[in-house]
Design a protein around this ligand. Structure first.
Ligand code: NAD
Length: 424
């Protein structure tokens, strides 16, 4: 992730500011993270040697509640990337009106080069290193790129050992057996589906069997493809890191998912035609284009070629700020990531509530609460965009910014203290 991602994120904020009612004080407080922790993670490798990795935990803001955000295991993890992602989480939780702030963490390591036992040692050592700065009321981590249920299980176990008590609400995305919640693994795609359905014709233009192109046939992208097919959309192309598959009449997504599960890739697909140049997938004519793989997938060099009616950002930051301007100029609607992929953190919130209540939520309750929250916030964003004639992205950042500003102002502003003012 390039440092410009933080610039990109801040630029979105700058664009939203003139539309937002926010005090100068609140704005000033958002300029830098509350805390940035860098730790060393020494572990014993399987061959007996010592390896030392760099680990990070950034708490960007916690005015609205404990910081919330994932832990990434990836060689590119660094302080800039972690800060950017924590900044992003701050606005995502505010937009969804969750009682959380924003945080993020990670270890600069390539988990693919390590054994399971080594990854367990890193997971436990990471928690030992940051234990003083996390907690159910302070900062609540979750999985991110390179981590999942397994790592969260080791981490919650390690935290319980350190604190000498069971505190499952310290981490979300845990295995069900350790206090996880049903529906967490499909939460992002379920959330994106509700957002698409709630925006309806605004995205599809009322097309019958609207066409969908999905870049990234992984956890989020493949599950979303199935949901959309079941709802009457036509998924005409999908891709992974190795291949892209196309059929203008609509792909049999179930067959493709089975093929991907069995072979690990979309190469030599049982249905559709494998595209000669996978990059062309992004420029196919379609109603919805769903980048669900990487940040920066749509940039200044391909934004002019996009032939979609709307872009739904399931990945974090898949459209660069420059591409954003181009798509905007061309009248292409963008559903911003802080809304489109917020289903994951919303179900994490349910998990945290469940753990704090010592309860077990049923799948139906999770599904219903998620739909309610996603639809309500989507409608709020769409209404604001319509009322003010601004893009959906700006509207989403305005709402998040105002919620943050309101919380900060409620803790006391210059207006309250200035001129030796008396209460009342
Ligand atoms: P994943 O690893 O399961 O899937 C990613 C997919 O993208 C894989 O199929 C991979 O092959 C494919 N891919 C990689 N490079 C590609 C390329 N150049 N072209 C086409 N495909 C490529 O990850 P995921 O959990 O599905 O997450 C996808 C995106 O959504 C990420 O940006 C992630 O940050 C974001 N996101 C995910 C969640 C979640 O809960 N899963 C929540 C919020 C945001």
């Amino acid at each position: 992730m390039s440092p410009s991602l933080l610039d990109d994120a801040r630029r979105r904020l700058e664009m939203a500011r003139p539309e937002a009612e926010i005090s100068d004080e609140a704005w000033a407080r958002l300029a830098m993270p509350r805390s940035t922790l860098k730790v060393s993670i020494p572990i014993r490798r399987d061959d007996g040697s010592l390896a030392v990795y760099a680990g990070y935990r950034v708490r960007y803001d916690s005015t609205r509640g404990p910081a919330k955000g994932g832990i990434r295991f990836h060689p590119d993890v660094g302080v800039d990337e972690t800060t950017t992602l924590a900044f992003w989480m701050t606005f995502k939780t505010a937009l969804m009106d969750l009682p959380f702030g924003g945080g993020k963490g990670g270890v600069a390591v390539n988990p693919k080069e390590l054994s399971v036992a080594e990854i367990e040692r890193i997971s436990r050592a990471y928690i030992a290193a940051v234990a003083d700065t996390i907690g159910p009321d302070v900062d609540v981590p979750a999985p991110d790129v390179g981590t999942g249920e397994l790592e969260m299980g080791w981490m919650v176990d390690e935290y319980a050992k350190i604190r000498r008590q069971s505190l499952p609400a310290v981490i979300t995305g845990k295995p069900l057996a350790l206090g996880g919640i049903p529906g967490r693994s499909s939460a992002t795609s379920d959330g994106a589906f509700h957002v698409i359905q709630a925006l309806g014709e605004r995205l599809t233009g009322g097309a019958e069997a609207p066409r969908v192109v999905i870049q990234g046939f992984g956890n989020a992208g493949a599950q979303l493809a199935s949901l959309l097919v079941d709802a009457g959309y036509r998924v005409i192309a999908v891709s992974d890191s190795r291949a892209a598959v196309h059929d203008p009449n609509g792909l049999d997504v179930a067959k493709l998912r089975k093929h991907k599960d069995e072979t690990g890739a979309l190469t030599d697909p049982p249905v559709g035609r494998e595209m000669d140049d996978p990059a062309e997938l992004l420029t196919l004519e379609t109603e919805l284009l769903v980048p669900a793989a990487l940040q920066g997938a749509i940039h200044k060099d391909n934004a002019w070629e996009i032939q979609a009616r709307a872009v739904v950002e399931v990945a974090n930051g898949p459209v660069t700020a420059t591409a954003d301007d181009i798509l905007d100029e061309r009248g292409i609607e963008i559903v911003p990531d802080i809304l489109a992929n917020a289903g994951g953190v919303t179900v994490s919130w349910f998990e945290w509530v469940q753990n704090r209540q010592g309860d077990r939520w049923k799948p139906d309750r999770v599904a219903q609460r998620l739909e309610e929250r996603m639809v309500a916030e989507t409608e709020r964003v769409a209404r604001l965009a319509e009322d003010r004639g601004i893009p959906l992205r700006t509207a989403a950042w305005v709402l998040a910014l105002e919620r943050l500003g309101e919380a900060m102002d409620a803790t006391g502003t210059e207006r309250l203290y200035g001129g030796g003012g008396k209460k009342g």
